[in-house]
Design a protein around this ligand. Structure first.
Ligand SMILES: Cc1ncc(COP(=O)(O)O)c(C=O)c1O
Length: 480
């Protein structure tokens, strides 16, 4: 982090803690430069950053003042999906998203990639070259079917932070979380089975269900507290549901952390109706609260929760390292892994294991949590500034995604197509619904640093939304 960013963060914290109150004058550039032993231009850059984040406002010839408190946009209400099993649609849209991922000329606001440009990842590069230099035979040999033991040992230690007590023998390494979820579903489900999901839910999981010939039943989900336990119980009463997929910690796309009481209530339901919980904890380590939130798996006593995760969001997607604690389905899962893809690549596993053991992982994740939280604050300010009135925005204390609900008449699928021509990729809400609901919603990836280029994209996005609203109003008479 540069000096000015450090100073900007320090001042932002003081504003948040109320040490400088709204409307109050901030110290002069000169006095801050003396107080912190930094140059005048460093202080000026720090103030410009805070101005961009709309935390302070300059007043000609008077200096900088803490900005007046603005009303936050409201959080979206509980979702209301169609509550019956449906075939999953939206594959073409998802394919477009995936295709755009490797086009460097596109600004990927719609994807889910983390920021992999931070210096705290440098030790990982070193570990990668060290592993290749010193473990060449291991690197070029077949891996153990369950994955490298030293990595499983490190992961078992990390899982303790979420309350899950497992050892290396309870874990299986997979090629990412997607593969963990896929093997988990293959181990328990048959084509035609019904799986309950949060609504909205991550589109990759939804397409996985489609690929395996499963049906989804979308359950109403609250952007603050997660899946409605009551609605899930009603669905379980009505349909032969095999299991439920949940992202209870730092949810994608809504960012909530389910309160512990609700997590336990879902587990009770799973026991009563004898279903499996597929718990996706991929973002769990990015929660800003300490200790990090518990997993549902941590309360599981009969091995019915299959905990799936990966280093995709906390380190980098390119590692392709995920894992699963499959509980009572361990043997079946290992067999499925062998059948589906055999063993994994040893080199990245060895490098990741050293990266964690040497303490670099914790340092990196600590840093990323702060960066993502600040990014989300800035993006929320931009949404407030550049978007029309009447939007709702989630207020996550974790992860790096914002879920935005726009006025009913805005069709984000059309807006996304227009933006695509301008080389801007966004994720319309319909991707996150089995039946294509939430066309007036949008997910924003705040892992993209809030630099001028991205601010400009938010301006264009806001303009496109306003045009869509105006167009709808001007053609409303034709629809009547
Ligand atoms: C909630 C969730 N689960 C699973 C995945 C897939 O993760 P991986 O890239 O590790 O396979 C993602 C990726 O975006 C995700 O957001």
């Amino acid at each position: 982090m540069t000096r000015y960013q450090h100073l900007a963060n320090l001042l932002a914290e003081r504003i948040e803690q109320g040490l400088y109150r709204h409307g109050e004058k901030l110290p002069s550039v000169r006095s801050l430069s003396q107080e912190h032993g930094v140059s005048i231009s460093t202080v000026q850059q720090a103030y410009q950053t805070l101005e961009q984040r709309q935390l302070i406002t300059p007043q000609p010839r008077s200096g900088y003042f803490v900005a007046p408190q603005k009303a936050q946009p409201p959080v979206p209400p509980m979702s209301r999906p169609v509550q019956r099993p449906v075939e999953i649609t939206q594959w073409d849209q998802v394919l477009n998203m995936l295709d755009a991922r490797n086009d460097k000329s596109i600004i990927p606001f719609g994807g889910g990639s983390p920021d992999v440009t931070q210096p705290s990842l440098k030790p990982l590069w070193r570990e990668m070259s060290r592993v290749i230099q010193h473990n060449i035979v291991d690197v070029l040999s077949y891996d153990e079917l369950a994955g490298r033991r030293e990595l499983r040992e490190q992961i078992a230690r990390l899982m303790l932070d979420g309350g899950s007590v497992v050892n290396a023998d309870d874990l299986i390494i997979t090629s990412g979380c997607h593969s963990a979820l896929s093997l988990a579903l293959l181990s328990v489900c048959q084509p035609g089975d019904i799986i309950a999901v949060e609504s909205p839910t991550y589109y990759g999981t939804m397409q996985l269900l489609r690929g395996l010939g499963l049906k989804a039943i979308e359950i109403p989900t609250d952007p603050n507290t997660g899946i409605s336990v009551e609605a899930l119980e009603m669905a379980l009463d009505q349909w032969p549901i095999k299991g439920v997929i949940l992202v209870p910690n730092c949810n994608n796309p809504q960012g909530f952390i389910m309160p512990d009481a609700r997590k336990r209530a879902v587990l009770n339901l799973a026991q009563r109706y004898d279903i499996v919980i597929f718990e996706d904890d991929i973002y769990g380590e990015l929660a800003t609260e300490y200790p990090r939130p518990r997993t549902i798996h941590s309360w599981d006593i009969d091995g019915r929760v299959m905990l799936c995760s990966s280093f995709t969001k906390t380190i980098a997607p390119g590692l392709r390292i995920g894992w699963i604690a499959p509980g009572r389905y361990y043997d079946k899962l290992l067999q499925m892994k062998y059948a589906a893809n055999g063993t994994n690549v040893p080199s990245t596993q060895l490098a990741a294991s050293n990266f964690i053991r040497e303490g670099h992982y914790h340092r990196h994740v600590r840093r990323m949590r702060q960066i993502y939280q600040r990014n989300m604050e800035i993006y929320t300010c931009w949404l407030r500034e550049f978007f029309p009135c009447g939007i709702c925005v989630t207020r996550p204390l974790s992860g790096y995604m914002l879920w935005v609900e726009l006025p009913e008449q805005v069709d984000m699928v059309c807006v996304a197509q227009q933006l695509c021509r301008m080389k801007i990729q966004v994720a319309p809400g319909s991707l996150f619904s089995a039946s294509g609901k939430y066309r007036n919603c949008l997910r924003i990836n705040c892992a993209l640093p809030p630099i001028d280029k991205h601010r400009e994209v938010m301006v264009q996005l806001g303009e496109a939304v306003k045009v869509a609203m105006a167009w709808d109003e001007s053609t409303a008479h034709l629809k009547r």
